[in-house]
Design a binder for this molecule. Structure first.
Ligand code: CA
Length: 337
């Protein structure tokens, strides 16, 4: 627990001398005094039984962070093309370290596949893309990230106010100090970078020590990522994606919008595309056209339900393709380059 800086004590003293109510003196930061901050405190007290002074003091400790506001407006998934994005993740070191992770946690990964039906290389690839297998779990205080986005980022303030709510609930349930946890600029935590609501819904105790600890325990993290995939309807044994040796013209009716596969394998077969023969005709499918290495060319992929499930983790085709290709490289032992 960090001590109250002297400047805060002085401010508190000045406010007290001015005869302001104690509510204003309890916190030195900006958020408790704002109308949104006040409303948030009321919600936590009325809906979840928190003490007002406790929430006020936490919000008072939260710091607005400009870097967080800059980062949220330009995520890599939206600013990079596929080839640049791919090079971040599909590289020999990330593949080699992923194989080490798989070897070190082979038992937990096998158990996760048994319990949830999600293959070891998919769980490992998620953890590899998210945090480089737990090496980089984020440098921002989760409280600062969530308060900054909840109160100073209007486009998504409703979502992040809810995540801040979930964060205070989660840390109370898990007996964690809300001032201590670090994570991404969006407040995602641990090996698999779960946001607070996902932590509460999907984190599991996978080593049986009574705690669902995805922050420091790789076994719990493995079970939790697999549980997340299973809850989002991962289909054991179904394919994820296939490259097609073909192209489609921009505007083709086979290039559907949205992330969900809204056509079926049969639609692509009927159009004469070289779809793998093993695929069932009624398997939901979607064509995905990505930038090829030669920038005048495109790669054409057919993606299926399990590819869509990967986008439930991060709503991006590029993200899902990076996870899939890293997983394939982990499985094959190929260095991917
Ligand atoms: Ca545990």
């Amino acid at each position: 627990m960090r001590s109250l800086p002297v400047v805060h004590l002085l401010k508190a003293l000045v406010l007290m001398l001015c005869g302001l109510p104690m509510a204003a003196t309890a916190a030195a930061g900006q958020y408790p005094q704002t109308p949104q901050g006040q409303a948030f405190i009321r919600t936590m007290v009325e809906n979840f039984g928190f003490e007002a002074s406790r929430v006020e003091s936490l919000l008072g400790d939260a710091r607005r962070n400009e870097t967080i506001l800059e980062s949220i407006s330009r995520p890599a998934e939206k600013t990079l093309d596929w080839q640049s994005y791919r090079k971040i993740f599909i590289r020999p070191e990330r593949i080699a370290q992923g194989q080490e992770f798989m070897a070190a946690h082979a038992d937990a990964l096998a158990r996760a596949e048994q319990d949830y039906g999600v293959p070891p290389e998919i769980v490992t690839a998620i953890i590899g893309v998210e945090t480089w297998y737990g090496r980089y779990m984020g440098k921002y205080r989760v409280l600062d990230a969530l308060a900054t986005l909840a109160f100073d980022y209007p486009p998504r303030s409703r979502f992040f106010r809810s995540e801040l709510e979930q964060y205070l609930l989660m840390t109370r349930e898990q007996g964690l100090d809300p001032l201590a946890l670090k994570g991404s600029y969006a407040g995602a935590m641990g090996y698999g970078q779960f946001i607070s609501s996902s932590y509460r819904h999907y984190a599991v105790d996978f080593d049986g020590d009574g705690l669902a600890d995805i922050l420091a325990n790789p076994v719990d993290a493995i079970g939790s990522v697999a549980n997340y995939f299973s809850a989002h309807r991962w289909q054991p044994g179904e394919p994820v994606a296939d490259p097609l040796d073909a192209d489609l013209v921009a505007g083709s009716r086979l290039l559907t919008r949205g992330l969900k596969p809204s056509l079926q394998v049969a639609d692509f077969r009927q159009a004469g595309l070289p779809v793998p023969e093993s695929l069932s005709p009624d398997l939901p499918a979607r064509a995905l056209r990505l930038q090829a290495e030669d920038e005048n060319e495109h790669e054409l992929w057919l993606t299926y339900r399990n590819f869509y499930v990967i986008t439930r983790y991060n709503h991006s085709h590029l993200y899902a393709m990076a996870v899939y290709q890293l997983a394939e490289a982990l499985k094959s032992g190929d260095d991917g380059v």
